[in-house]
Design a protein around this ligand. Structure first.
Ligand code: ACM
Ligand code: ZN
Length: 746
């Protein structure tokens, strides 16, 4: 805590200059060696730019010319005898990505033995430019010698769960390149969407790129091969290699929806609109699967020059392989022990095919199960134990687990990203720490995946930045890390990101966290917004319309008196930072009364405290929305005390089913009423019919209504939970959860 306070104080003192031009002390990632020197270089249109004549050097020079022009408005001359910027290929600067940058009064020199190094030197020079438009400006003299500690510095982007247009990805690539990432991993296929055009199999995108959402709307999109080439070329110009990921054998529902022959069961399925691990996987027994995959790989390989090819391989439920005659035949024919070895066989077969095309296979750490070839690169996501296994097996690894940027900003904080060891940082993993030291040479680096189940264009940048800056420095200058120093330099990058219209997120808080509760004292609802930025405002509507930045707004607290729907959306500096959230408020007779339970709800799912079932709030189809109450160790038996004999005509309650999250509707619901709490009369007993295996989340309302008004002080609702999850469920035999929300009395 102490260094952060010191850093904050320092930053406050330095604020006037930090908000102005970036300078040598705000470089991210921090170079290995910096020497500041006397004097300055005057940058103006008289300065000429020189580079070697080869094509790549000329591209790099054009990139620099363009970048200086965009940031400062200065167009460098092509020839000239005076002050100059010179890009040089110099064998003496050793290292694949190393460079030397010297700023002297008459000359700026960027030297490297490779084009990669030359480009990073140019990016460092860009970071020395003042953030201002002027005819002339100065750059302080300096000498930098620099090279990264880790050779693989990546970011994985999931375009399957949500689709992101090319321009958005290009901005992401611009930023990655500015911070010296060298790899963009394009996660192109998922259960919920196939996003890359394959000419031989047009249905992959005609069918597989589109899904019907729970509300009936169609969602989707895909990249044409021309767009893919455009992105790959855009990245190449910025020193970034793009590695495609085509998932197999799991996470393939969208492909199976397009071509059912790819599955074991050969049945038509829909592209699923919900998240999680899906059972529809490619059949490993049928040769047609491999013919298809090889055709797909051929087309994808032709688009991506990278020497690596990622085949996913994670989260492969083996149920369908167990039930499939041809998969079982394959196991016998190949002398395999079980379905894990079948997966290993599958991956190795694809690996051989890729090797024949000059590609090294990458896969998630599940590809170790059943044995992995040691030439495969393992992307470790399930923890250090898996990392240790991969290293001991002789594989090279890329670490991803500590850098899941879909984790909330308040959970995976900027400082956590910065401080985490690339591998071996988890003392509880059970892995022998010596393994990581002994095999350090096999650790290529790390990448931050952005899984997009809950991420769209609105929040992708907030989840990525500034966490990517922290990872950039950890990978480039791992041994030289100093968080307080990094934090101070980072402050100078916010004005830059503002200028680029990047909707970056807070460092250690969520963009906004809402809580809504009924206040018995105020006799109204209070919505509190815990904001990640002081200058963030929440706009809202009460009429059902979509709020925008012209709608009414609040910062910390909004009080509401009327039933209805409140819709909220956060804005900062004119930019929307998250999707609209809607909360339904219902005024009714039991609002704010007392509820007692035979079995208390689980502490994890207990809504907003004691009033949770009588606070006027009803849940969404997301069981984690903070409104639903959940029971996993008993039935629901709730008694509402209205405090006095009350006339009522209806009593209703909603239940949630989300089978994939082990939440099932109850078997039956009973409602009863009493005036004295001793003598009860039954109002209604309702058996519930539902398919416990239907994967789509659904809400069921159980309502009692009377034509004539009744009187009671006490009302009781009892719901018998489903019991054990049935055969056919992924967790068959485990206890199902029961989820309920508001007890509405009218
Ligand atoms: C993964 O997160 N399933 C790799
Ligand atoms: Zn099969």
């Amino acid at each position: 805590m102490y260094p952060r306070i010191v850093a904050a104080l320092l930053a406050a003192l330095l604020l006037p200059c930090l908000q102005g031009p970036a300078n040598a002390h705000s470089l991210i990632p921090k170079p290995q060696h910096i020497e500041t020197r006397e004097g300055t270089f005057a940058l103006d249109a008289q300065v000429s730019l020189h580079a070697p004549a080869d094509a790549r050097s000329q591209e790099i020079a054009r990139f620099l010319h363009e970048a200086i022009m965009q940031q400062t408005g200065i167009a460098l001359a092509e020839t000239g005898k005076g002050r100059r910027i010179e890009l040089r290929l110099d064998r003496a600067v050793a290292g694949e990505e190393a460079y030397r940058l010297e700023v002297a009064p008459k000359r700026i020199t960027v030297a490297a033995s490779t084009h990669k190094g030359l480009f990073w030197g140019v990016q460092t020079l860009r970071q020395l430019l003042p953030l201002q438009r002027a005819n002339t400006m100065t750059i302080p003299a300096i000498r930098i010698e620099d090279a990264p500690e880790f050779g693989y510095r990546g970011h994985m982007f999931d375009v399957g769960r949500h689709f992101f247009p090319v321009d958005f990805l290009k901005q992401q690539i611009d930023l990655l390149s500015y911070y010296k990432f060298n790899t963009f991993r394009w996660h192109l296929t998922e259960d919920q969407g196939w996003r890359i055009e394959i000419k031989k199999y047009p249905k992959l995108t005609e069918v597989g790129a589109w899904r019907t959402e729970a509300d009936g709307s169609r969602y989707g999109g895909f990249y044409t091969q021309e767009q893919i080439r455009d992105v790959v070329e855009y990245a190449r110009l910025r020193n970034i290699m793009v590695i495609p990921e085509i998932e197999m054998p799991g996470h393939s529902s969208a492909a199976i929806a397009a071509y059912p022959f790819l599955s074991c069961h050969k049945q038509q399925i829909d592209v699923p609109p919900f998240w999680g691990v899906h059972k529809d996987i490619y059949c490993a027994g049928d040769e047609t699967t491999f013919a298809f995959l090889q055709d797909v790989l051929d087309e994808v390989i032709a688009l991506f020059p990278a020497p690596y090819f990622h085949i996913g391989g994670d989260e492969v439920p083996k149920d369908q392989w167990q039930a499939c005659a041809s998969c079982q035949q394959r196991i016998r024919d190949e002398g395999l022990k079980d379905e894990h070895e079948l997966q290993s066989w599958f991956v190795k077969r694809i690996q051989r095919y890729l090797a024949g095309k000059g590609k090294t296979l990458m896969g998630w750490d599940e590809i170790l199960e059943g044995g992995a070839d040691r030439n495969a690169i393992i992307e470790v996501w399930r923890g250090d134990a898996e990392g240790a296994k991969a290293l001991a097996n002789g594989n090279r690894v890329v670490s991803a687990g500590p850098y899941y940027f879909d984790s909330s900003l308040s959970k995976l904080k900027l400082e956590d990203v910065y401080r985490t060891e690339i591998v071996g940082g988890d003392p509880d993993s059970g892995a022998d720490p010596a393994i990581f030291a002994r095999h350090r040479a096999q650790v290529l680096g790390a990448e931050a995946p952005l899984w997009t189940e809950h991420i769209t264009m609105l929040n992708a940048q907030a989840m990525s930045f500034p966490r990517l800056q922290a990872l950039a420095e950890s990978l480039w200058n791992h041994d030289g890390r100093d968080y307080a120093d990094f934090w101070q330099r980072l402050q100078a990058h916010y004005p830059l990101m503002d200028a680029w219209k990047v909707a970056y997120g807070p460092e250690d808080k969520d963009v906004v966290a809402y809580s809504l509760a009924w206040s018995p004292e105020r006799q109204r609802w209070q919505m509190r917004a815990e904001r990640g930025f002081d200058d963030l405002v929440v706009h809202y509507t009460l009429d059902g319309s979509e709020p925008d930045d012209a709608s009414a707004s609040f910062t910390d607290l909004l009080e509401l008196e009327q039933s209805g729907v409140v819709k909220v959306v956060p804005f900062r500096r004119g930019r929307q930072y998250a999707a609209t959230r809607a909360y339904a408020l219902t005024s009714h007779l039991a609002l704010g009364s007392t509820v007692s339970y035979t079995v208390a709800p689980s502490p994890t799912y207990s809504g907003a405290g004691a009033l949770a079932q009588v606070d006027g709030l009803t849940g969404s189809d997301n069981f984690r929305d903070g409104v639903w109450l959940g029971w996993d160790d008993g039935d629901l038996a709730a008694t509402v005390d209205l405090q006095q004999d009350t006339r009522f005509q209806s009593l209703s309650l909603r239940f949630l089913q989300d089978s994939r999250s082990w939440i099932l509707l109850p078997k039956r619901v009973r409602m009863s009423a009493s005036s004295d709490g001793v003598h009860w009369r039954s109002l209604q007993a309702t058996p519930i019919e539902a398919d416990p295996l239907d994967p789509a989340p659904a809400i069921r309302t159980i309502e009692f209504t009377s034509r004539k008004p009744l009187r009671a002080r006490y009302l009781r609702v009892e719901a018998d939970r489903y019991g054990l999850l049935p055969v056919g469920h992924a967790a068959a035999g485990k206890q199902a959860w029961l989820f309920a929300d508001e007890i509405i009395v009218k």
